[in-house]
Structures are given as structure tokens and as C-alpha cells.
Design a protein around this ligand. Structure first.
Ligand code: ZN
Ligand code: ZN
Ligand code: ZN
Length: 380
């Protein structure tokens, strides 16, 4: 197995510069004087580098009008050496222990009326900024930044395709490990290793839900020993070096399923997943895609056993906008990427889920996952 290089490709400076410009425009459109972007996915999106968040303040100040500045502790500045700050027109503002970095931000912004902070900014920075910024209203930057991140460009879609192909290769190998007599944890460890072998930086999550555990959608792995006749939900994914994530679920049977209702119920699930994907095209709302899956399952009498939304957006985060859920009237646009993952969960007995990541195209959907959707019946 060749382990792929861990070199981290970043978008080129022109692409990042365009994102920063759009972020500025989005801030202005939201009547926000500045975005304060914390380390994490938002920062990676705008600078090509996620950085790290610690007790010392690091923040990218993106004024609606003016020059962006990366405020960073001097001792952590080398971590941002790959960021093409000159090409991006981003000023580097370092500070040392004893300085007040919150005052640095406040001085930079003058007297802002409203600033938006990244959704996942540590509270210790949020509260210190609030004190430093006087009367400024603080809002979340998430709603502003998601307008950008939700619409993937060609390079991002290529990264999602690559991630989809990588996790498909892992699903194609699950038969090597999923056998009676092994625990979910043992199978999960083999799958996690394969996720890395097939090109991911790491395995972010490995769900092996066998038998009754499959009825718990966010089951992890356990010491349960897999038995002949079990239905097993395998939901796996992680980031590739470019930062974009995979996430795909297939349902397996270890030999002929023990429960007599599996084939018929699974056929309903398969129709529901296909109906939701078929519903995807520009202009259709996120909630209509959810309804397309849910209606098929409800009409077959399993409505109460589909206990989660149909999907979530995916990109630099595994879960991001747009959420495919009742109440979300967002019209889909080309470049939006999300999971379509209905499930049917029979408490105490078994569960099943089918999950692909799809990208909205000019007239429909492209699935980046291409493993067969049938229940995968393994030799046992
Ligand atoms: Zn989930
Ligand atoms: Zn998912
Ligand atoms: Zn998943």
C-alpha cells in the first residue's frame, strides 16, 4: 500500500484573493464592518491555512472596506509562512506576550458598529473582543461566510470527487474485514487503516453498526461480536490533504440477513435515496429534496423509523451548509455539495442507511460516490 504524500495543496493566490474580495463584499452586504475569522475551516477557506486556535488570539480581520490583517502571536507566525500574504494584500500584525491583542484589533477597526466573529471562536476571545470593541454589536460570521463556502468552485468539486473516489475504494474492500466472530472495533480499526491507505489524512469517523447497533444512526464501534445474519451499517470518512472530506455509508449483510423484513425494507430505502437524488437540480429547495426521500419512506409505513434529516453540506467541514432538512427553503444552486443519506432504523433489531455525496450541476446532480446501492451481502 502506498501511503500518499501529506503535502498540503493550497488553492493558488488568485483564487484566495477572489475569496477574500467576496468575503469583503458579503460583509458589506450584511452591514457588517468586519469579519473576525478564527483558525479553522473558515480561515483555511480564505487563506489556504487552517492554523490553530489557542489561548493566544489569532484572527483574520476582514474589514468590509480596507486592508485585511492577520493578527497572530509572533511565536506562532512561522506556521503561516506558506500563506502568500503579499499576493493576497493581507497585512501581518504580530504581537508578543504582554501586548493586548484585543486592543490591536480594536485600534485597527476604529469604532465599528457591528463585527461578525467565526462561529467556532473560543469564548475567551469572543468576550475579550466584546470588552475591547466597546459598543460594537457582535454577530456570527457563519451566515456571511457560508454564502461563499456553500457554492463550490471547480477546484473544490474536483477535491470532493477525489475524496469520493477514495472512500469508494475503502467500501470496495470492506468484505476483507467484515466477518462473523470479529468485533465492530476490530473491523473499524482495519477500515480506519484503509481510509489512510487510500489517500486520506486520517479517518475522522468510522461507524460499524452491527445488528441492533445499526438502529442507532450515530453509533461508533463497540465490542459487540459480529454474528452471521447481521445487517451492518458502515459510515466512514475523513479529509484528503487538500482539506475536503469524504463521507459515505453502505449497508452490508453478513450472510443471509436473519430478519425476514430486511429485503423489502431495504428496497424502500433504496427507492427513497434514488428519489432524493433525482429531485436535486438548481431551483429546487433543500427541503424538497428531504421530502422526496421522506415521502417514499413514509408511504411505505416506515416514517417513524427515519429519524434524521436527509443530508448535510460537505466541504472543508464534514457537516456544513446547506442542510437538507424540512424548513430549509434555500433554493439549490450549481456547485452546492451535500449528502443524501436517508435511513430506516428498526429499534433493537437492525438499521440501514445509504449515503452518497452529490454536487448540484446545471441540470441535476452528480454523485461523487459510485459504489452500488444494493445491500452488500457478504460470504459468511
Ligand atoms: Zn451523521
Ligand atoms: Zn453524512
Ligand atoms: Zn456519513
Amino acid at each position: 500500500m502506498s501511503r500518499r504524500s501529506l503535502h498540503t495543496p493550497a488553492p493558488d493566490a488568485a483564487a484566495l484573493r477572489a475569496r477574500l474580495d467576496r468575503a469583503r463584499a458579503a460583509a458589506a452586504a450584511a452591514s457588517t464592518d468586519a469579519l473576525l475569522i478564527a483558525p479553522g475551516s473558515d480561515l483555511r477557506y480564505l487563506l489556504g491555512q487552517a492554523g490553530g486556535s489557542f489561548e493566544r488570539l489569532t484572527t483574520l480581520v476582514v474589514p468590509a472596506d480596507g486592508t485585511p490583517a492577520l493578527v497572530v502571536p509572533k511565536l506562532e507566525a512561522p506556521g503561516y509562512a506558506d500563506v502568500p500574504t503579499d499576493d493576497l494584500g493581507v497585512e501581518l500584525l504580530t504581537w508578543v506576550d504582554g501586548d493586548d491583542p484585543y486592543k490591536l484589533v480594536a485600534d485597527r477597526l476604529g469604532k465599528p458598529g457591528r463585527v461578525a466573529v467565526s462561529d467556532f471562536t473560543p469564548a475567551l476571545h469572543v468576550l475579550a473582543l466584546r470588552a475591547a470593541l466597546g459598543d460594537a454589536e457582535q454577530t456570527l460570521a457563519g451566515p456571511v461566510v457560508r454564502e461563499l463556502r456553500m457554492r463550490k468552485d471547480a477546484a473544490e468539486i474536483a477535491s470532493l470527487r477525489e475524496a469520493g473516489a477514495a472512500i469508494d475504494r475503502v467500501h470496495a474492500r470492506v468484505h476483507e474485514w467484515l466477518r462473523p466472530g470479529r468485533t465492530e472495533a476490530e473491523v473499524g480499526a482495519d477500515i480506519a487503516a484503509a481510509i489512510v491507505e487510500e489517500g486520506h489524512v486520517q479517518a475522522d469517523f468510522v461507524i460499524v453498526g452491527s445488528g441492533p447497533n445499526g438502529a442507532s444512526p450515530h453509533h461508533d464501534v463497540s465490542e459487540r461480536v459480529i454474528e452471521k445474519g447481521d445487517v451492518v451499517v458502515v459510515d466512514i470518512g475523513g479529509p484528503l490533504p487538500a482539506g475536503y472530506n469524504s463521507d459515505s455509508t453502505r449497508t452490508y449483510a453478513v450472510g443471509t440477513p436473519r430478519d425476514a423484513d430486511v429485503a423489502e425494507t431495504y428496497a424502500v430505502l433504496q427507492r427513497a435515496q434514488a428519489a432524493a437524488v433525482a429531485a436535486v437540480k438548481p431551483g429546487v429547495t433543500a427541503e424538497a429534496v428531504d421530502a422526496a426521500a421522506r415521502d417514499v419512506i413514509a408511504e411505505a409505513g416506515f416514517g417513524e423509523y427515519f429519524i434524521h434529516r436527509t443530508g448535510h453540506g460537505i466541504g472543508l467541514d464534514v457537516h456544513e451548509e446547506p442542510y437538507i432538512i424540512a424548513g430549509n427553503a434555500l433554493p439549490l444552486e450549481p456547485g452546492m455539495a451535500f449528502s443524501v443519506e436517508p435511513g430506516i432504523y428498526q429499534p433493537g433489531r437492525w438499521g440501514a442507511r445509504i449515503e452518497d455525496i452529490v454536487v448540484v450541476t446545471a441540470d441535476g446532480a452528480e454523485s461523487v460516490n459510485n459504489q452500488p446501492h444494493e445491500l452488500v451481502v457478504l460470504d459468511a
